[in-house]
Design a protein around this ligand. Structure first.
Ligand SMILES: [Zn+2]
Ligand SMILES: [Zn+2]
Ligand SMILES: [Zn+2]
Length: 761
């Protein structure tokens, strides 16, 4: 018996809601080991005894092939004394006092469940709520942790005897599946007309499918909220959806029946294919294939499409040979939060949808579809939501912190027990429905994580509702500059502790000098920054309306470089143009801006005549899409030193663009030449900074880096100068990542002292 051993093993990470305990049970049984496994919230505790070779095999299997959806990030093994145990057991977590852990995200239906659902002989044949330990709803239905059925909205359903047997049988793949259900005992679907009257039909799914095929708009209750769906090949239905949703231009997401169908409409790399079929099933931004099988009004003027694959059992059942693509857009009216409560959805969406496909499983937390792209072979998250959130990243902090985030693309981030939990994307807080969800989420996440007294990190901008909420709280607060939060979000994601040069290209954010920043160069480390460069300030007229009316931004830039004729902006009257320029002359409702986002708006207005926008960053997105040729030329630009800062001037760039417009150069050419100039000026500025600060690390951050042409070419040129480049992948590079950056700075300040936000060399 020399080979007999007993160990206490602690594994932590995402270990709840992923079938970890059943998996450990089965693996221990397979290797003929004794002991027990119990849930400790953020960790699982295993007492394991038996032959040491078998224990070794057990541990290797556990660490190398953990269950789908789990994330093991720490393992502690301690030898113990004692005799062998007879059998292996799971100890029920609900009877223990446990500490709060990580929150498991929702997971797309797994292949085994799809197979069962499509098998005529299976008792779950065509059952639209089929799930198991490896798939199904989690975060969206959890009331509190630990993740046990009675703490979810599945507590309303009592398992039938057959389901209960599965749940209790260690050999079953639904052993301890908290959301286990079947047609006998689980949630049910109902199809309603817009007056909320049930449609008499033998199979609501088949009827819904037929209605979609006929061009109707359906509100469909999904995992984290309602979608508005229509046939993706029906131009008229899509036009109707756009009209009713008051969304004339914003690209709509497509759900394709399967990977093969997706490949017919887009180019899909190996990595993109992996993500599309993976367990998180986000919307993946892909390059369109031409000629395009789908109508142009899905994503007008843009050469990319957002595509996802079915992720709930119901989605799978909706497709058919004649229905291969569905437009699946968030169930909301323009700007509002996604609808997820039935009553509210029926009220809000009846002006859009012809029919409602509802079910009786309550959604407790709304979670929109996530949006990702693949860049340089890696996944980059643009909208952090279903399947990803709450994202748990390690952070060096002993304090509990909550970060209020930004205003647009808002999210929250809570630090508790060394993890930063970033919430799902909520939308723009200016909309009351989004702000209400924001307040609910603060409460819900605090209660799920069982947080203590928190330091609050927030933006400098007191106009943001997130900042106003923060200011009203009575605990310690740390105001953080917006673009420094962007820089910290990247440094913390990589745990980069050395100094870096931060290049933050963004829409808008309040600077420490009261100006609007967004074309910034910093040097420093998390919590200690010096602003060493910027794009030259321009005086913009018109407050927030400049964002929705980019022609005003263009008129402001033209004023700054001495151009007084309105002729470059075709659809703007001379009178309106003059009114803006006169207001600048008299300094009425003006602010200084170094934002690159606004420079792109100006160029989009001049080059594409994009005078008004109906969705965020429309001008810059269309400008990038306009590039269709290989252009090497550049516009002239200047980098000057002023008050110990490097200033990149825009005058030469805009004059050059006006010259090219006059001589009839095409939009593709001008757009490429403009992008090239921004890249060249950026890299030259970084090199100049390095001559004063011997720093090779470069951090790229801010929403403008969602522009792939810019990101790709700046990285390429920086690499030629031997810089080491970092940009966000797990955390959104846009304002969705600001909350995580805020907690990174607050954690550092709480530990080491003052936040330094200097403004010169
Ligand atoms: Zn499954
Ligand atoms: Zn059942
Ligand atoms: Zn930002």
């Amino acid at each position: 018996m020399n080979d007999f051993k007993r160990y206490l093993v602690h594994i932590s990470g995402i270990v709840q809601g992923v079938g970890m305990r059943p998996y450990i049970y089965n693996t221990a049984k397979k290797h003929k080991l004794g002991g027990f496994v119990s849930n400790q919230g953020s960790s699982v505790s295993i007492e394991i005894s038996g032959n040491k070779v078998d224990i070794h095999k057990f541990l290797v299997e556990l660490l190398e092939k953990p269950p789908i959806g789990s994330m093991i990030d720490k393992v502690k093994i301690k030898p113990m004394d004692g005799d062998t145990s007879d059998g292996f057991f799971i100890i029920d977590s609900s009877r223990e006092k446990i500490q709060q852990g990580l929150i498991p995200p929702d997971m797309a239906i797994c292949d085994d469940c799809i197979r069962e659902m499509l098998d005529r002989r299976n008792r779950r044949y065509l059952y639209p709520f089929t799930n198991c330990t490896a798939c199904g709803p989690r975060y969206s239905i959890i009331r509190t942790l630990p993740y046990d059925r009675e703490n979810t909205s599945m507590s309303d359903y009592k398992m039938c005897t057959t389901c209960k047997d599965e749940y209790e049988s260690p050999d079953d793949r639904r052993f301890h599946a908290q959301t286990n259900c079947c047609p006998e005992c689980g949630p049910k679907l109902t199809l309603l007309d817009k007056n909320e009257s049930p449609i008499a039909c033998s199979n609501p799914v088949l009827t819904a499918r037929q209605l979609l095929y006929e061009g109707k708009l359906l509100a469909i209750k999904g995992l984290g909220g309602y979608h508005i769906a229509c046939n993706g090949q029906d131009e008229k239905a899509i036009g109707l959806l756009r009209n009713r949703k008051r969304r004339p231009d914003k690209p709509l997401a497509i759900m394709a029946a399967n990977l093969e169908a997706a490949k017919l409409i887009c180019y899909i790399s190996e990595k993109e294919g992996e993500i599309l079929v993976g367990r998180q099933k986000p919307i993946v931004l892909l390059d369109k294939k031409y000629p395009q099988l789908l109508p142009e009004n899905i994503a007008p003027g843009i050469n990319r499409l957002g595509v996802m694959l079915p992720y709930t059992p119901l989605h799978h059942l909706l497709f058919h040979e004649q229905l291969r693509y569905l437009v699946m857009t968030s169930g909301n009216t323009s700007g509002m939060s996604i609808s997820y409560r039935d009553e509210d959805a029926l009220e809000r969406l009846k002006c859009i949808a012809d029919y409602f496909m509802v079910h009786d499983r309550e959604i407790l937390t709304p979670v929109d579809d996530s949006l990702v792209r693949v860049f340089d072979g890696n996944e980059m998250i643009s909208r952090n939501s279903r399947g990803y959130s709450p994202t748990a990243l390690k952070i060096d902090s002993e304090s509990d912190i909550i970060a209020a985030g930004a205003e647009q693309k808002s999210s929250l981030c809570l630090v508790h027990k060394g993890y930063a939990h970033t919430s799902q994307y909520l939308g723009n807080l200016e909309d009351m429905s989004v702000y209400e969800e924001y307040l609910k989420l603060v409460k819900r996440m605090n209660s799920m994580l069982d947080t203590g007294s928190q330091i609050i990190a927030h933006d400098l901008h007191t106009g943001y509702l997130s900042t106003q909420w923060a200011i009203e709280q009575s605990t310690e607060k740390i105001p953080i500059q917006h673009h420094q939060a962007h820089m910290a979000a990247c440094m913390a994601e990589y745990n980069l502790r050395q100094d870096a040069i931060g290049i933050i290209y963004d829409g808008t954010g309040l600077g420490t000098d009261g100006a609007i920043w967004g074309g910034e160069f910093f040097v420093g480390t998390i919590g200690k920054y010096t602003r060493v460069g910027q794009w030259e300030y321009v005086k913009l007229q018109g407050g927030d309306s400049t964002i929705r009316e980019p022609w005003k931004t263009a008129a402001s830039y033209l004023y700054a470089i001495g151009v007084r004729e309105s002729g470059y902006l075709y659809n703007v009257s001379n009178q309106d143009f003059k009114a803006v320029q006169n207001s600048i002359k008299h300094n009425l409702n003006c602010f200084e801006s170094s934002s690159i986002g606004r420079l792109f708006d100006c160029v989009a207005a001049l080059v594409l005549q994009r005078m008004h926008i109906t969705y965020d960053a429309q001008g810059p997105i269309e400008l990038e899409s306009a590039i269709k040729q290989d252009v090497r030329e550049l516009y002239p630009y200047a980098i000057d030193e002023k008050e110990e800062k490097l200033i990149i001037g825009y005058e030469g760039i805009i004059l050059g663009i006006l010259q090219d417009l006059k001589s009839g150069k095409g939009t593709s050419y001008i757009s490429a030449k403009f992008h090239n100039t921004v890249c060249e000026a950026t890299v030259e500025c970084a090199c100049k900074i390095r001559t004063r600060f011997p720093i090779d690390n470069i951090v790229l951050g801010g929403g403008v880096f969602e522009n792939v042409y810019l990101l790709k070419n700046i990285i390429k040129a920086l690499k030629q100068h031997s810089f080491h480049i970092y940009y966000n992948r797990k955390v959104p590079v846009n304002d969705g990542g600001v909350a995580f950056g805020q907690v990174a700075i607050a954690a550092k300040v709480a530990k080491e002292g003052t936040y330094v936000s200097g403004c010169s060399f």
